[in-house]
Design a protein around this ligand. Structure first.
Ligand SMILES: Cc1cc2nc3c(=O)[nH]c(=O)nc-3n(C[C@H](O)[C@H](O)[C@H](O)COP(=O)(O)OP(=O)(O)OC[C@H]3O[C@@H](n4cnc5c(N)ncnc54)[C@H](O)[C@@H]3O)c2cc1C
Ligand SMILES: Cc1ncc(C[n+]2csc(CCOP(=O)(O)OP(=O)(O)O)c2C)c(N)n1
Ligand SMILES: [Mg+2]
Length: 591
């Protein structure tokens, strides 16, 4: 059942233009239809049964029954990251909501547009320690862009309109709508979904200040060592074309944060790789040594700038484009703040460059590029490629990239070493193809992200790169993958360790491996089979490529590939805690 947004919206209209008497739950479903929602990931319970009943009576929205509420939110979040639409999840009161908290916080930290509908005990019971009651508004307040408790069914339609508007506008983020059971049960006169919404206190700025953009232009065109540092905001603002145009016009070096990978094509020479704690030498050195830095939709995260005192040692002028004024000069003081939507601001900047008679200083730029090429020639991502005894995790990712680079492919990951290797060795050339948790760093997102994406993109290949630790945090969703026929390919880099923890213990705790070795792992091949899928065990380097090839052939099946990788491998480069971003460890010889 594939419905267009227009068909969905018409399902939401009031029959014959008349008003209708509807239950709150039915109004809620109409609201979702009017918003063009195609999928809702959820899990039922007492407080949401009227809402589930309303779902039963409609056939435009597909509800996906997950196996744990955390995964409902992650799946809807993955869908939102890949499509740009608002992801929607539905959970019951009490434990349903508390299970969803990790998912909500994950989306919040990465600014992902979502609406999470939670059931609540009846209004009269709120505050009375009712069965499955929890203070949803209180619990979620620090991890949402906004939240609502709907006390009257008459407010439902407008509240939903506001929730979607807040979630997707400005700096996106998750919005929780808490619906008491009686509010979903009571009847109300429905006269259609509001066409627009006005909130006097909420008006995000889209257009940047012309004077500030002009100042930025002057700085940029007069730079001797310019650098463009871009982040998740470019993807969230769908501004990759504008970014590419800008970089091509100027010929300046560019880097992406972990959240921004794909905003600029990784295979282009002007791309220096990811920067930060596990960034490349050339990306980090350029950050430290540039004289003008253009930050675009990136928030100077601590994993990106390292020790702030070290970062401040070199003088550079900073221009920062961000839609959220509170993101500007939060961690690093900037010289030219530009509050606005990245697409609007870049468009204006590009047209000013076109009109300007000033051109970048070609001589200075050539010598800056020479310096950068010197750094790049150190080839900091080299590893023991020819090893025939043990599978190097980097090799799995490189092989995957080589095989899939000409196909529309989505890569999700969990959190740990495998995540960093995926970010370093898979070259993302397109936006919204790299889906991972950066800000919260939530283990367990990989499978739910992949299944959320596969539903929306059935013709694309979806791989989940994971570790044997992370994958067990939402492994139950293999069952959901079977029920809803979302065939994903799981690439588990099984090093028998909580590898990222082990790496820190090796480097920062003198090799005291406290509780980072995981014994008694399940037989993942049998586990995959028990869930109705295909399992594969890959132990030798020469089997990596054939295994991936075979798995890809099984288009309609979910395949779990258990790659036994080198348990001692570490992620390099690495900036240790408290160090500056150019003080990198490049390999085990530096330990
Ligand atoms: C194990 C691990 C290791 C990590 N190592 C690294 C690392 O080495 N390097 C690295 O980069 N990260 C790393 N991270 C991720 C890091 O923690 C941060 O999540 C990441 O650096 C933040 O990326 P960002 O600055 O692009 O911000 P995001 O969180 O993507 O924020 C986006 C910014 O853009 C703004 N914005 C949103 N929409 C718009 C719009 N339309 N217009 C304008 N602005 C907009 C927002 O207000 C926000 O300020 C690591 C994470 C983990 C879990
Ligand atoms: C929910 C959660 N708990 C704990 C952590 C801390 N943590 C970060 S990476 C990591 C190890 C991950 O192990 P695995 O999935 O096997 O990946 P590897 O690092 O071995 O590739 C841990 C425990 C986390 N990020 N998320
Ligand atoms: Mg591991």
């Amino acid at each position: 059942m594939e419905m267009s947004k227009a068909e969905l919206a018409s399902a939401a209209a009031v029959t014959g233009g008349q008003t209708q008497e509807l239950m709150g739950a039915e109004v809620l479903v109409k609201a979702l239809q009017a918003e063009g929602v195609k999928y809702v990931w959820g899990y039922p319970g007492g407080a949401v049964l009227y809402i589930y009943d309303a779902f039963y009576k409609q056939d435009t929205i597909q509800h996906v029954l997950v196996r744990h509420e955390q995964a409902a939110v992650h799946a809807a979040d993955g869908y939102a990251r890949a499509t740009g639409d608002v992801g929607v999840a539905l959970v019951t009161s009490g434990p349903g909501l508390t299970n969803a908290v990790t998912g909500i916080a994950t989306a919040y930290m990465d600014s992902i547009p979502m609406v999470i509908i939670s059931g609540q005990v009846p209004t009269a019971a709120i505050g009375l320690d009712a069965f499955q009651e929890c203070d949803t508004v209180g619990i979620t307040r620090p991890i949402v862009k906004h939240n609502f408790l709907v006390k009257d069914p008459k407010d439902l339609a407008l509240t939903m309109k506001k929730a979607f508007h807040i979630a997707r506008s400005g700096r996106p983020g998750p919005v929780v709508v808490d619906v008491p059971k009686d509010v979903s049960f009571k009847k109300v006169t429905y006269s259609g979904y509001p066409e627009k919404v006005e909130m006097r206190s909420y008006n995000p700025v889209r257009k940047g200040h012309g004077g500030q953009i002009r100042k930025a232009l002057q700085l940029l065109l007069n730079a001797k060592r310019p650098y463009i540092y871009t982040g998740g905001g470019v993807l969230l603002g769908n501004a990759t074309n504008e970014l590419r145009t800008l970089v091509d016009m100027l010929g300046y070096p560019v880097t992406n944060t972990l959240m921004g990978l794909g905003a600029y094509p990784a295979s282009d020479r002007k791309f220096l790789g990811m920067l930060g704690m596990h960034g490349t030498i050339e990306a980090n050195n350029a950050m430290q040594n540039c004289d003008v830095l253009l930050a675009v939709g990136a928030r100077f995260d601590d994993r990106v700038i390292g020790n702030p005192k070290h970062f401040a040692q070199n003088e550079r002028k900073i221009i920062h484009i961000d839609i959220d004024p509170s993101s500007i000069s939060k961690r690093v003081k900037v010289d030219i703040p530009i509050v606005g939507d990245v697409k609007d601001v870049l468009t204006e900047l590009i047209s000013m460059i076109r009109e300007s008679t000033t051109r970048p200083d070609a001589g200075a730029l050539a010598s800056w590029w020479d310096t950068i090429e010197g750094w790049r020639s150190k080839d900091c991502l080299k590893y023991d490629r020819g090893n025939k005894d043990v599978i190097k995790p980097q090799r799995v990712i490189e092989t995957l990239w080589n095989m899939t680079k000409d196909t529309d492919t989505y890569i999700t990951s969990d959190v740990g070493q495998h995540q960093m290797w995926a970010a370093q060795y898979y070259r993302f050339d397109e936006p919204r193809r790299w889906i991972n948790s950066g800000g919260l760093g939530t283990m367990g997102v990989g499978i739910p992200y992949a299944m959320g994406i596969k539903l929306a993109k059935p013709d694309s290949e979806v791989f989940c790169v994971t570790g044997e630790g992370s994958v067990q945090m939402c492994i139950q969703e293999l069952s959901t993958c079977l029920q809803y026929n979302t065939p994903i390919k799981i690439v588990s880099l099984n090093n028998r360790y909580l590898g990222m923890v082990r790496q820190w213990q090796e480097i920062e705790y003198s090799g005291r491996y406290s509780h980072s070795y995981m014994d008694a792992l399940p037989n993942f091949v049998k586990l995959a089979e028990a869930y109705g899928h295909v399992g594969m065990l890959i132990e030798r380097p020469q089997d990596v490529e054939p295994a991936l090839r075979e798995a890809r052939k099984l288009k309609d099946r979910t395949v779990f590939m258990d790659f036994r990788t080198d348990p001692t491998e570490n992620v390099f480069p690495m900036v240790k805690a408290g160090m500056g971003i150019t003080e990198m460890l490049l390999g085990s010889e530096d330990l």
